[in-house]
Design a protein around this ligand. Sequence first.
Ligand code: NAD
Ligand code: UGA
Length: 461
Amino acid sequence: MKINNICCIGAGYVGGPTMSIIAQKNPDINVHVVDMNAEKIAAWNSKDLDNLPVYEPGLSKVVKEARGRNLFFSTEVNIYIEKADMIFISVNTPTKTSGEGKGYAADLKYVEACAKQIAEVSKTDKIIVEKSTVPVRTSEKIKQILRSNNSNVDFQILSNPEFLAEGTAMRDLEIPDRVLIGGDKTIKGEKAIESLVKIYSSWVPKENILTTNLWSSELSKLTANAFLAQRISSINSLSELCEETGADIEEVSKAIGMDSRIGSSFLKTSVGFGGSCFQKDILNLVYISRSLGLEKVADYWEQVLLINNHQRNRFSKKIVNCIKENNLKPRVLILGWAFKKNTNDTRESAAIYVANNLLNNNISIQIYDPKVKEEQIIFDLLNINPHFEKSLVNFAQEPFLKISDYSVIAIMTEWDEFINYDWKTVYTKIKKPAYIFDGRNILNCEVIKKIGFNYLGLGRK
Ligand code: NAD
Ligand code: UGA
């Protein structure tokens, strides 16, 4: 089936960049990205390309090229569902906050609402693509909703999970390690798979496009994230062991990573992984395993989250203890709020948890992040504690304006500009004795110590 019109429901961190690339690489296909959030759609349509709702290096260039040609953003969800031959569901799948599976299972209410809406609106046959990360066998549920609400048209369901990482989304989309497409092993199912393969083959080599059955595709996405997160928790657990033994985590990480069977990616110790997906996807995996009576499997994966929590807490405790033991003014300058560099996304950022721990100890904080807006930071703090002490929180447009009031700096995000600061000049202005808690191990500790700072990294003496 030749695809002429694509509709993507959900103009978020995945829908926006993914559809921009599909449109750029397939100028003969009209791609309509729809969302019920009018403000977000207005921002995607904004003339000011520096203010797109998603910050990703390289994104504005692609949007500039394709928007208005064959890439469109709209709130007219029904119109573009109806027009489309292929519909991507790219909506959020957060952890459930109530009902069965609360705190663990993925909340599929947005995915299910999309399926219902598609069924109600559709008058012609359509291929429905699950782009959102979902529990294994969700495609079965989608099929059921579609078919029970509309028996007049044929719906083929595909699973095409997204593996992009924020901050490098455009590169990941342009040169993906693999594109995964799951579908039914029926004649119609195979044809649907072929249609999607054709779209990706406009720029992805055929050997990097992997086709599987629906459930393998769904489960592979969840478990790929679990594997990545598990590596971070492994190295973070070792950072504590290093602190007790005198080993240096950077040296250990390098030595482990040089084993070609292990590899060096995702072995960077940190104050804990954040982002919207690792935690929710592992919770989901734990829930699925427990539901199937696989207690040991569930416990194994849950431990990845317990270590992540522990890492954030022990980093906070180090700062609190340092302030108490050295009788310092209870003030900390927090550098970085995003969950990683090169994104404005703050979901589950370790900075939120550390800031909350500091506030709970009556420590005032000043926060600086080059890409995160003040409103977002307030939203995050309210989300974790609706009664947080507002008088303890300040924001900085420029990180070191009030540095003479501070003697403690905590680095929470690995933004390049933090590495490149003129730390010698900062030292001349900061209150002494001065402490840097490097939650990302991004600074050269020898150089920083030579300048005069007390340097406290993770897993380093
Ligand atoms: P997001 O919150 O940024 O975007 C989701 C969008 O869907 C929102 O703008 C919301 O308004 C819209 N939406 C929800 N229900 C809708 C409906 N019924 N009609 C119209 N619009 C609707 O989420 P995201 O980060 O893009 O993630 C989407 C999915 O992709 C999730 O399942 C996530 O796990 C997965 N994923 C995310 C990433 C990532 O880096 N963020 C990477 C890979 C996979
Ligand atoms: C992650 C996966 O890398 C993507 O493949 C996946 O598509 C995506 O989740 C998703 O499903 O949402 P993302 O969360 O955007 O992508 O970013 P990562 O680069 O994976 O980083 C996640 C967190 O781990 C960040 O807080 C990062 O700082 C931290 N991290 C990463 C470490 O602490 N150490 C590392 O070595 C690597």
